[in-house]
Design a protein around this ligand. Structure first.
Ligand code: PGA
Length: 271
């Protein structure tokens, strides 16, 4: 049973004050619907994660205490500490209350030259420092049109898994985010996203074995909205979403969570 996961990637948006206003509104909007009710075990409910910019992480984590909603970072360095101006470590994220870290986002890969090797080192560091990695993969428009999506995504998944043990691999989250769909309002077709999710699972199986491909959680990201999320969530191999733009508004992000709950009926039958 894979627990659905919905992640808000705020990117470089919101000061501490703005973040706290959001959390107050978000909790008021959705907490009742996603908190554990009666005898329903927590694992049957979706996991919700908010990844604010680093300066707001401690405040957001503190504001979420006791809600079951988790927090995370958008990036870390692979070293624990040292002379790395402008960087933050996994240990620091953990100490600020973070549980997850988004790694290898396409904006980091293209804007900051993060290679598969760097993503592999960061994934290793996240696990060593007590964080759960969300490794992003995805093809550009040129690659999709050239028919090399599978090759690109397989290579990036191999990169993400390069330095992790089989046991650890099963705890990874892999987010399929086609680069052409990020922030463009042009989402992938759910059937195409499903096809790539199945490819990701097949690559994990090939590298790790032990049926791990069906244990990792695979998310879709790229122009997810309350209107289109249902189409992705109706696909059994897609476990959740990584949401950018629409996660900045507590009402829109709450609607995305509500739609996810509607489309994942396993949640209600499992106990
Ligand atoms: P978007 O961003 O939802 O604004 O397209 C998604 C992401 O970059 O994770």
């Amino acid at each position: 049973m894979r627990r659905p996961l919905i992640v808000a990637n705020w990117k470089m948006n919101k000061t501490i004050d703005e973040a706290l206003l959001y959390i107050g509104a978000f909790i008021a909007e959705i907490l009742e619907e996603i908190s554990v009710k009666g005898s329903v075990p927590a694992r049957t409910w979706p996991e919700v994660v908010i990844a604010p910019p680093a300066p707001a992480l401690a405040a957001v984590s503190a504001a979420l205490t006791g809600t079951g909603i988790l927090s995370g970072a958008q990036n870390i360095h692979w070293e624990r500490k040292g002379a790395f101006t402008g960087e933050i470590s996994g240990e620091m994220v953990k100490a600020a209350g973070g549980t997850y870290v988004i790694l290898g986002h396409s904006e980091r890969r293209t804007g900051w030259g993060e290679s598969d090797e760097i993503v592999a080192k960061k994934t290793r560091a996240a696990l060593d420092q007590g964080l759960l990695p969300i490794v992003c993969v995805g093809e550009t428009l040129d690659e999709r049109e050239a028919g090399t999506t599978q090759e690109k995504v397989s290579r990036q998944v191999r990169g993400g898994l390069a330095l992790v043990s089989p046991e650890e691999a099963e705890r990874l989250v892999i987010a399929y985010e086609p680069v052409w769909a990020i922030g463009t309002g042009r989402e992938a077709q759910p059937k195409d996203a499903e096809e790539v999710s199945l490819l990701i699972r097949a690559v994990v199986d090939e590298i790790v074995g032990r049926g791990s491909g069906s244990k990792v959680r695979v998310l879709y990201g790229g122009s997810v909205t309350p209107e289109n999320v249902g189409g992705f969530m109706a696909r059994p191999s897609i476990d959740g979403t990584l949401v950018g733009g629409k996660s900045l508004d507590p009402a829109a992000f709450s609607s995305i969570i509500r739609e996810t709950l509607r489309k994942k009926p396993l949640l209600k039958t499992e106990d």
